[in-house]
Design a protein around this ligand. Structure first.
Ligand SMILES: NC(=O)c1ccc[n+]([C@@H]2O[C@H](COP(=O)([O-])OP(=O)(O)OC[C@H]3O[C@@H](n4cnc5c(N)ncnc54)[C@H](O)[C@@H]3O)[C@@H](O)[C@H]2O)c1
Length: 312
């Protein structure tokens, strides 16, 4: 019988702290070549939205996430991100678990944002902020809380920032400028507005750019990317569909300008070089993160009340 984890059951099984650990381990295994994944496939139906098929292999398992990004959905009372994760045994091919993709995505996205901020931020960074506190921004806020920070929260919809503060902790920022000036900033907006124009970031700041994970989206100006130190989750994906793709196409950056976070975590590349350096992490979201979360949930299957089990 195959367990099916609803969104609530995924959150019961995997805490933000466990998600941070799982995503760190996945990034290191990927950098070492122990885990693998083909680049994600986009199936587009713009302007409505897109579907993504994200397969990965690692730790004796294979996974596939079939997930959406439909930016207009909140206005319809529907989630932007929805779908399923399938986890299979890599030796027998047998299905081992099915999980709500929205909850898996939020946990691993929040974890990656904060893992990047804590790894690449300046030593002694004091203030942290999350800009865009929807589903995935709330998960980033929860991950900051899990590492002992009280993040500033900002959203164009003040009710969302307040709801996030009430649900996971943190404090609503007095202004957008206050949030964008934090030592560690995580942005998780739909990527329709530039938050950082040229010259906006100050020495020592770090920003994890999570929202612009596909073509046509941006949270930072190309000219700003061209003057700061750049990191991404995976070059293959980031060079095709994230913040860096636009800068690459414009000839403002080259492959050699970008370091991957998995390489930094595995000790194969240098992270921040000085307290004054400005660092940015461009996340497109990796299938190996979903695999790590699915495995972390499956570990706890026996402890989750009311888990449905289905046979094929
Ligand atoms: N990098 C990744 O791994 C990854 C993973 C999941 C989602 N995403 C992307 O993140 C984005 C957000 O996804 P979500 O599911 O959290 O959406 P959501 O609709 O739940 O949340 C987005 C939030 O951003 C706010 N917002 C919009 N414009 C803003 C602005 N200019 N300034 C501040 N806040 C603003 C909205 O009010 C909303 O609360 C999408 O573009 C999605 O594709 C990336």
């Amino acid at each position: 019988m195959i367990p099916f984890f609803s969104g609530e059951q995924v959150r019961q099984a995997v805490s933000p702290a466990r998600a941070l650990e799982a995503v760190r381990e996945a990034f290191v295994a990927y950098a070492r070549g122990e885990w693998s994944m083909p680049p994600k496939v986009y199936v587009t139906n713009y302007p409505a939205g897109d579907f993504r098929a994200m397969p990965a292999l690692g730790a004796g398992h294979a996974s596939l996430k079939w997930v959406t990004s439909f930016p207009g959905n909140p206005a319809r009372g529907l989630p932007t991100v929805t779908g399923l994760v399938l986890l299979s045994d890599a030796e027998t091919g047998q299905l081992k678990a099915m999980l709500d993709a929205g909850a898996v995505t939020a946990l691993r996205t929040g974890a990656a944002a904060v893992l990047a901020a804590e790894t690449l931020g300046a030593p002694g960074a004091r203030t942290a902020a999350v800009v865009g506190t929807g589903v995935n921004g709330r998960a980033a806020a929860a991950a900051f809380v899990a590492v002992g920070r009280e993040p500033l929260l900002w959203d164009v919809d003040p009710a969302r920032a307040q709801a996030t503060a009430a649900a996971v902790g943190g404090r609503v920022a007095g202004s957008r400028e206050e949030a964008l000036a934090a030592d560690l900033v995580v942005t998780v907006t739909p990527g329709q507005e530039i938050l950082f124009p040229e010259g906006a970031l100050r020495p020592g700041q770090h920003v994890s750019l999570m929202g612009a994970d596909g073509p046509g989206k941006a949270e930072i100006a190309v000219a700003e990317l061209a003057r700061i130190r750049l990191f991404c989750d995976d070059w293959e994906q980031a060079s095709h569909g994230g913040e860096l793709a636009a800068a690459l196409d414009a000839g403002r950056i080259r492959r050699g300008d970008v370091t991957t976070l998995p390489d930094v975590l595995a000790g194969r590349a240098e992270g921040r070089r000085s307290a004054d350096e400005i660092t940015a992490f461009d996340s497109t979201g990796l299938a190996i993160q979903d695999l790590a979360l699915a495995l972390a949930a499956l570990e706890r299957a026996g402890e989750i009340a009311g888990l449905q089990r289905v046979s094929l």
